[in-house]
Write a protein that binds this ligand. Structure first.
Ligand SMILES: Nc1nc2c(ncn2[C@@H]2O[C@H](COP(=O)(O)OP(=O)(O)OP(=O)(O)O)[C@@H](O)[C@H]2O)c(=O)[nH]1
Ligand SMILES: [Mg+2]
Length: 337
C-alpha cells in the first residue's frame, strides 16, 4: 500500500507542478495591464534644416496581437482551480488503474502456482544424468503420457498430477509438480529454472521447491532408446562411478544453493534395481554400498531437509509407493509463504 501511494505521489508531482506553473502564468497574463504607448520616430516630415525628428505617440497594441483573446485567458484563470482538479482527478484515476495492474503482476511473479486454498502442493525438482530414468519415473508417478522415455528429454518440462492424501477425512488433494530435463545438460536445468522465475505463477518459483529427487541407476541405459536392458548378475561399476563423480559436492552445493530453505525432502532414487538378478534385500544392500559416497554428500548438503534413499525401479514400480508417500508427506499449503 505504501509502495503504491509513494509511487503515485512521485508520478503526480510533475503533473501538479506543471499545472500550478501554468495557472500562475495564466494569472499573470490575465492581470489588467496599462496600455503601453510606444514612441516611434516619424521620419516622414523632414525638411532641410529642420531639427531632430519629432516623436509621435503610436496607438496602443491591439488585443488581437496576443495568441489568445484576453477574455479567454481571463476565463481560464477564473476556472483554473477546476481545471487543476480535473487534471488531478484524471491523473489519479489512470495511476490507480496502473497501480492495481502492477500489483497483480508483482503478485504473479512472487507467487507459486495458483491452486484452491484447500489443496496441498509439492514442487519437485528431478536431477539425474541422461538415461538414468527421470522421465520413466515421472511417467510412473503421474501417468502423464507426454513423459515419454522412448525419446531422450529435449529441454525442460513440468508435469503435474493431483493425488489424494491417504487417511485424510475429508479428503485433501495434493497437487504435485515435477520438473524433468535433458540429463546430458545440467546447464539447461539451471537456465530453465531461472527462466521459470520470469513466468507468472510458476510452480517452480524460487522459494517454493519443496523436494529434490536425485535419480541414479545401477546400469547404463540400453543402446536402443526405450529398451529395458538385459538382466545382469553384477552392477555396472563404471556407470555408478560416473554418477558419483558427476554429483560431487561442488555440484550439489550449487544445486542446493538454488533451492533455499523451502526444501524439506531429498530422495536418492537408485533406479533399475529390476535388472540385477538377486533378491530385493541383496539388491538393496548392494546399491546402498555402491552409492555410499553420494549418500554422504547428500547428507552433508541437505541443510535440515529429510534425506531418504530408495532402491527401486521406475520401470516395474518397485519403491514408487514409498516415494509417493514421502512426496505427499513433504507437501505444504498453497499460496505465498
Ligand atoms: N530396466 C529398466 N530400465 C529402465 C528403468 N528406468 C528407465 N529405464 C530405461 O532407461 C532408458 C532411459 O530412461 P529415461 O527415463 O528416458 O531416462 P532420462 O533420465 O529421462 O534420460 P534423459 O531424458 O536423456 O535425461 C529407457 O530406455 C528406459 O526404458 C528401470 O527402472 N528399469
Ligand atoms: Mg528424459
Amino acid at each position: 500500500m505504501n509502495l503504491i501511494s509513494g509511487a503515485t505521489f512521485k508520478r503526480l508531482l510533475p503533473i501538479l507542478v506543471a499545472s500550478a506553473l501554468l495557472l500562475v502564468a495564466l494569472q499573470l497574463w490575465a492581470q489588467p495591464s496599462q496600455p503601453v504607448s510606444a514612441a516611434v520616430i516619424s521620419p516622414s516630415v523632414s525638411s532641410p534644416g529642420a531639427s531632430a525628428p519629432a516623436l509621435t505617440p503610436s496607438p496602443s497594441l491591439p488585443a488581437s496581437s496576443a495568441p489568445f483573446s484576453k477574455a479567454a485567458v481571463e476565463m481560464l484563470a477564473q476556472y483554473g482551480l477546476w481545471i487543476l482538479a480535473a487534471i488531478f482527478g484524471a491523473a489519479a484515476a489512470i495511476l490507480k488503474k496502473n497501480a492495481s495492474a502492477l500489483t497483480e503482476q508483482l503478485r504473479a511473479l512472487r507467487g507459486p502456482a495458483k491452486l484452491p486454498a484447500t489443496y496441498r502442493t509439492n514442487s519437485v525438482m528431478l536431477l539425474g544424468l541422461g538415461g538414468s530414468g527421470k522421465t520413466t519415473l515421472v511417467r510412473a508417478l503421474t501417468n502423464v503420457h507426454e513423459a515419454n522415455p522412448r525419446i531422450a528429454t529435449a529441454e525442460y518440462d513440468i508435469h503435474s498430477v493431483a493425488l489424494d492424501i491417504p487417511g485424510d477425512s475429508p479428503t485433501t488433494r495434493c497437487q504435485l509438480f515435477i520438473s524433468d530435463y535433458a540429463g546430458q545438460d545440467l546447464g539447461s536445468l539451471i537456465a530453465a529454472f531461472l527462466d521459470q522465475q520470469k513466468l507468472p505463477y510458476s510452480p517452480m518459483r524460487h522459494g517454493y521447491v519443496r523436494s529434490l529427487i536425485v535419480v541414479v541407476d545401477l546400469f547404463a541405459p540400453p543402446e536402443l532408446s526405450g529398451a529395458k536392458g538385459t538382466a545382469q548378475d553384477a552392477i555396472d561399476s563404471s556407470r555408478v562411478a560416473e554418477q558419483i563423480a558427476a554429483w560431487n559436492e561442488q555440484c550439489l552445493s550449487a544445486i542446493f544453493g538454488m533451492l533455499t530453505k523451502s526444501l524439506n525432502y531429498v530422495c536418492l532414487f537408485i533406479n533399475k534395481g529390476d535388472l540385477l538378478t538377486l533378491d530385493h534385500a541383496q539388491i538393496t544392500a548392494t546399491a546402498l554400498t555402491a552409492y555410499l559416497p553420494l549418500r554422504k554428500h547428500l547428507e552433508r548438503q541437505s541443510r535440515g531437509a529429510v534425506v531418504e534413499i530408495i532402491v527401486g525401479s521406475a520401470e516395474t514400480g518397485w519403491g514408487l509407493n514409498q516415494l509417493k508417500a514421502s512426496l505427499l508427506e513433504a507437501s505444504g499449503p498453497t499460496g505465498i509463504i
